[in-house]
Design a protein around this ligand. Structure first.
Ligand code: ZN
Length: 274
């Protein structure tokens, strides 16, 4: 397989967390990045409409807003709160001009994963009419099983597919993040199925370094770890996906480096290892 096209390079704003959105956007654009996924914390205290205009004025596509979700909770009142928060997130995406929201679906320590999955499906169903009215698609992102206790009870592509089937809406799809699903023996078959079902909504890349120092914030730059990203990209493209390749790296180690250098390293790693 060849290097991926720079035209499809998107970076998640959190990847260069030390930069504000207003610092990141012109710098991404200057090195040829074509898309950005905006993390909600980067919008705090800002008007999403203005932020959207700023991004588009720099020639970047807004790929998605990260993130909604966290539906399960121990009480009905807290589950309703989560649904309200997701409606706000949808409004924010619409104001920003983001066509997609990535869902980190949630889990509650001590509550069964089955029950959490039931609550997630219910929660998504509750916000779907709002999403459809706003023209914003929701992408269920399966998370690696190491996060099953507290971040997501959706841990495999097959579980995400089951939810998409149950919800049966053109406004729900799946975000494939190599960090979370690279180990899955059914990954190729599930990507193929997602392509066939029209649910392949997003593709996120980074690498799995070992040993890692932190469960959340020690992701690697593409090529630093053990994920065969190029092969997975091949599967995603063979399944008909033509969207952006989104670089999403949370790394205490890389956030401490010079972010201008880091941005150039991302571009190289994207071309060489994605
Ligand atoms: Zn992701």
């Amino acid at each position: 397989m060849n290097s991926p096209s720079l035209d499809r390079l998107c970076i998640h704003s959190i990847t260069t967390k030390p930069w504000s959105l207003y610092e990141a956007v012109p710098r991404y654009a200057a090195v040829g990045v074509k898309g950005i996924t905006v993390w909600r914390q980067a919008l705090e205290g800002r008007d999403p409409r203005g932020a959207g205009a700023f991004i588009r004025d720099h020639g970047l596509s807004i790929v998605s807003l990260c993130r909604g979700g966290f539906f399960p909770a121990l009480t009905p009142a807290d589950r309703l709160k989560a649904i309200d928060e997701n409606r706000r997130c949808i409004d924010e995406a619409a104001a920003l001009g983001a066509p997609l929201i990535v869902l980190v679906c949630g889990a509650v320590p001590g509550q069964s994963l089955d029950e959490s999955r039931r609550q997630i499906t219910e929660g998504i169903a509750a916000v779907l009419p709002h999403a459809a009215a706003a023209g914003v698609k929701l992408a269920i992102e399966p998370l690696h099983p190491m996060y099953a206790a507290d971040r997501s009870a959706v841990n495999t592509m097959a579980q995400a597919r089951a939810m998409c089937t149950a919800l049966n809406s053109p406004w729900v799809g799946i975000a494939v993040d190599v960090y979370h699903v690279w180990w899955d023996p059914d990954l190729e078959a599930e990507i193929k199925l997602a392509g066939r079902n029209g649910t392949l909504a997003a593709f996120h890349v980074c690498d799995w370094v070992f040993p890692f120092a932190d469960m959340l914030n020690d992701r690697g730059l593409m090529g630093e770890g053990c994920i065969d990203i190029r092969t997975i990209r091949g599967w995603v493209e063979a399944a008909g996906f033509t969207g952006f390749n989104e670089v999403e790296i949370f790394s205490n180690r890389l956030w401490q480096t010079d972010q201008t250098d880091f941005l150039l390293r991302i571009k190289q790693a994207y071309l060489n290892c994605t």
